[in-house]
Write a protein that binds this ligand. Structure first.
Ligand SMILES: [Zn+2]
Length: 208
């Protein structure tokens, strides 16, 4: 996607420059602005396509997907996924996941944004008070486990999602994450993905 987007973004810059050169109020300027709008639309389509593909892939391989309910403003993380998602909107992506899962008989579990997925040690459940966004790895002061920030958060999100599933009384999963619902007549082990993206500022006052 990155290459394609880059091409469109270059095209956008060119078209914008052309539009800026036309006389204000002229027909040519109006026409040039229409061209700019069309490129914007093409960019939006590329992003949507990407999110469709990504969500399709995730849903094809997972019966349950656990996501965090995010504070959408100020997404910062800069891996490829985060960029694509924050550009088009986390809400859109979760939406795609949600209806695709529904169609395939799967389930989307959204966990609360106040759940301290990053700050919790997935090994001993000790919670550190602070973990600034630029800290990518940390060592649990309680049990000494060395954590990759995202890996640890994903484990926590998965566990929280399973806990929520088992609490919701659907009987579709037990606490070990074993799926008991046959899909296409087969019993299969439930596989989960957790997607971890972080908001720049989570209003901590709301998450007391
Ligand atoms: Zn620990």
């Amino acid at each position: 996607m990155a290459g394609l987007l880059w091409r469109y973004q270059k095209k956008l810059a060119v078209k914008q420059r052309i539009a800026a050169r036309k006389h204000k109020g002229s027909n040519r300027r109006q026409k040039a602005h229409k061209t700019v709008a069309r490129v914007y639309e093409q960019i939006s389509n590329v992003r949507q396509d990407y999110l469709h593909k990504l969500s399709r892939k995730i849903v094809a391989h997972n019966q349950v997907v656990v996501v965090e309910n995010l504070n959408l403003k100020g997404m910062v993380r800069n891996h490829k996924l985060a960029k694509a998602i924050s550009d088009t909107g986390w809400g859109t992506f979760v939406n795609f996941l949600s209806y695709k899962l529904e169609r395939s008989g799967g389930k989307l579990v959204e966990i609360n944004r106040c759940f301290p997925s990053s700050k919790l040690c997935s090994h001993c459940h000790y919670q550190i008070p602070e973990l600034p966004l630029d800290v990518r790895t940390w060592i649990c002061p309680s049990c000494g486990t060395h954590h990759d920030r995202d890996g640890n958060a994903a484990v926590n999100i998965r566990a929280e999602g399973i806990r929520m599933l088992s609490c919701s009384g659907t009987g579709e999963a037990n606490a070990n994450g074993e799926d008991v619902r046959p899909i296409r007549g087969r019993k299969s082990k439930m596989r989960q993905s957790s997607v971890k993206l972080e908001a720049h500022t989570v209003p901590s006052g709301l998450c007391g």
